[in-house]
Design a binder for this molecule. Structure first.
Ligand SMILES: NC(=O)c1ccc[n+]([C@@H]2O[C@H](COP(=O)([O-])OP(=O)(O)OC[C@H]3O[C@@H](n4cnc5c(N)ncnc54)[C@H](OP(=O)(O)O)[C@@H]3O)[C@@H](O)[C@H]2O)c1
Length: 300
């Protein structure tokens, strides 16, 4: 039985990856900072996986000494460790770059067979965004290291699309740009299947997106439709927003990076090779039930 380390196991994608590796008969070690997170369904409906994990390793990638021995007896390393919420104290370079490098160093010490890493679709084009730059710098480290690796490059996750439903619940969806740019968002379970398939794939770079292509305006409309509400959508030109976010660069850098990311995402097309079977409408329906319970939608 092959043994895998899942780093990022408490996150949206990581939980689906733990479940998928277990489904395919692997022994799973999970790197977490807080083991309790494994036992609860996550905010975006990612499953509780505490009972599936064979070994819990508590560590923090910004403290390399806490990772000592993490790859002992491990055949495959998977990492989706990264900063996705601006409230983290550490920087993108600390976590996405140096943190993943600390995991790689442990993997190299133990002669791990393969390292599977998750970056973003078309990452190399967006390295002016610090979070993406840090992940792409780590990809370069992987290449240099000589380890066998694959980089999975998904478009936006369904968890991120939940922001549209959240805004629609509050009454209005705000879009950056015309809303006419398109993308094919992907469910964590569909990404996880490819992450596990990657163990036996020779491809180094694996771009993936979900089965349906949407314009951003259509995602906004879908969110209102699922709620049974009349759409209220405001489109904001990116040239108008850019000067307003500049001060964030000095005082709230992570929010600045998040805004840069949103501008890039909504004003460019992100259409990757389509895979998977999960539909965004079904996900919005599930989320609506989870967030609002039996509350009936107040049609406006
Ligand atoms: N979200 C998207 O739409 C999207 C699209 C394409 C690619 N991606 C890539 O996929 C990656 C994973 O996304 P996700 O949505 O699964 O993110 P997530 O839910 O925020 O998960 C991130 C994981 O990293 C862990 N982590 C963060 N800092 C750590 C530290 N110092 N030490 C140990 N673990 C740490 C988190 O642990 P805690 O639970 O303790 O915080 C969590 O398990 C992202 O980094 C991104 O590059 C995301």
């Amino acid at each position: 039985m092959k043994k895998v380390l899942v780093a990022g196991a408490s996150g949206y994608l990581g939980k689906y990856v733990v479940a998928e590796f277990k489904k395919r008969g692997y022994w799973v070690r999970a790197l977490v900072r807080n083991p309790k997170k494994l036992n609860v369904v996550g905010p975006y409906l990612e499953p509780a996986v505490g009972e599936l994990v064979d070994d819990i390793f508590v560590g923090d990638v910004t403290k390399p000494e806490s990772l000592r021995g993490i790859c002992r007896d491990i055949d495959i390393v998977f990492s989706s460790v990264g900063i996705t919420k601006p409230n983290e104290k550490a920087s993108f370079m600390d976590v996405d770059y140096r943190g993943n490098k600390a995991i790689l160093n442990e993997a190299l010490k133990e002669s791990v067979e393969k390292f599977i890493f998750v970056s973003v679709f078309n990452g190399a084009r967006y390295t002016y965004i610090e979070g993406i730059k840090a992940r792409e710098m780590f990809v370069e480290e992987l290449k240099k290291s000589g380890i066998n690796y694959s980089v999975i490059r998904p478009t936006g996750f369904f968890s991120d699309m939940s922001q549209f439903l959240q805004m629609a619940i509050k009454g209005r969806v705000y879009l950056i740009g015309s809303g006419k740019n398109a993308m094919n968002p992907i469910h964590g379970a569909d990404v996880a299947k490819v992450c596990v398939d990657a163990v036996n794939m020779d491809e180094k770079d694996i771009p993936i997106g979900g089965p349906e292509i949407f314009r951003y305006i259509d995602i906004a409309k879908l969110a209102f439709e699922v709620l049974g509400k009349k759409p209220k959508i405001t489109r904001m030109p990116s040239w108008l927003i850019k000067p307003f976010i500049l001060p964030l660069r000095l005082f709230k850098k992570k929010y600045y990076v998040l805004m840069q990311f949103l501008i890039a995402a909504m004003t460019n097309d992100f259409i990757a090779p389509t895979i998977g079977e999960h539909r965004l409408r079904d996900y919005f329906e599930e989320l609506k039930k989870h967030w609002l319970g039996d509350q009936s939608s107040d049609n406006e």
